[in-house]
Design a protein around this ligand. Structure first.
Ligand code: NAP
Length: 333
């Protein structure tokens, strides 16, 4: 197997554990034996458990000796809740390490240098772009800015409406698109809505499998607004934890979620407008249905753009067909 193919497999491993590793990064690793065959794969386990490299080494056993480790993030070099991954790689007799992204965290960095010093061949940067935009996107943002990464996700008709005139919005998009949203939720740390969405839709805001059962990891549910939420509201059921934040200030919401990494903003047009005005949205995921609704309920309220020259400019970084719908991914221009 080529190193690039092994890295793609490591990226898949990382995607699979996304959401379950908080506050650690979701990392994937593949061990190739000395003949270049896959000997073991692994992903980061929930906090306190083994990191990806250790999982993959355990799966590889003796076949790791003289082999290559392919990892999405530079192997760590510090004693946290678990021993340094560099120690495990050296103890297993790995002779070369290929990784995608250097560790930006000063405490954990230095792994590559220690491996080089120990005589291991180290190749950084393989598919770094894919890893940075993919499984490590939110974690890297948190490391660089200290703030959670916010994705505004919404479903819209092709004419930019997020509900019909009577407020009903279930469902604009197909089952396939909604299943995709549930996968995103299962990987997120928190889902944020305003009280308006809770009153109109009474959503549960859980991550569910296609058969309706709850996924293992449930994000924190966050409701923003001054109005009292009824104890009967689905968002207060026992399926997950819920935080009620009495504010209209997106920055205060961000502070309340300061220890989180991956936040999904799923509110209606009012909250989405407030977050966009405040400049705290890092990515947009628009699920666009081939449907026209017309009427007054647009996907987003006023975002403080008085004229076209002041438009918020974003750029598409992914366009994906999902069933009959399209998922548009946008990042700031
Ligand atoms: N298509 C979609 O993806 C989607 C997603 C969600 C909702 N929806 C639809 O959107 C509609 C609900 O819209 P909405 O705009 O009322 O929902 P919302 O944005 O979720 O909630 C609005 C409420 O949030 C609070 N709030 C928080 N920050 C605010 C701020 N800076 N300024 C003003 N209010 C703030 C206010 O509550 P208080 O008055 O309590 O302070 C406000 O009434 C429903 O028809 C629903 O079906 C569609």
């Amino acid at each position: 197997m080529t190193p690039a193919a092994a890295m793609r497999l490591a990226i898949e491993q990382a995607e699979q554990v996304k959401g379950s590793t908080y506050p650690n990064p979701p990392v994937g690793a593949v061990i190739l034996d000395s003949d270049g065959q896959i000997a073991g794969v692994g992903g980061t386990q929930p906090v306190g458990g083994p990191h990806a490299e250790v999982m993959a080494l355990q799966a590889a056993g003796d076949r790791a000796k003289g082999g290559t480790a392919v990892v999405t993030l530079e192997p760590c070099n510090h004693h946290g809740r678990t021993p340094p991954c560099v120690d495990a790689l050296l103890a297993a007799g790995i002779s070369s390490v290929t990784y995608a992204v250097p560790d930006p965290n000063a405490e954990a960095a230095g792994g590559a240098q220690r491996l080089v010093d120990a005589g291991v061949t180290v190749s950084p940067g393989l598919l770094a772009d894919e890893v940075e935009k993919g499984p490590l996107r939110e974690w890297l943002h948190k490391q660089r800015t200290g703030l959670p990464h916010v994705t505004w996700k919404f479903a819209t008709s092709v004419d930019g409406r997020s509900a019909a005139a009577d407020g009903s919005s279930q469902w604009i998009t197909s089952e396939a698109a909604r299943a995709d949203v549930h996968r995103k939720r299962a990987a997120a740390d928190a889902i944020v809505v305003g009280t308006g969405t809770v009153f109109v839709d009474d959503p549960t805001l859980t991550a569910r499998r296609p058969d309706g059962t709850l996924t293992d990891h449930q994000p924190l549910r966050v409701v923003v607004g001054m109005r009292e939420v009824s104890l009967d509201a689905n968002v207060l059921n026992d399926d997950s934890h819920t935080m009620l934040i009495r504010t209209h200030d997106p920055h205060e919401v961000m502070r309340s979620l300061g220890d989180r990494t991956d936040v999904l903003l799923e509110g209606g047009p009012t909250l989405a407008g407030a977050f966009l005005r405040a400049g705290v949205v890092n990515r947009i995921l628009a699920y666009v249905a081939p449907m026209l609704l017309g009427g007054p309920i647009t996907a987003v309220d006023d975002i403080g753009v008085p004229s076209i020259v002041h438009a918020q400019r974003w750029r598409f970084d992914g366009i994906t067909a999902i069933g009959p719908d399209v998922r548009l991914s946008l990042v700031p221009n």
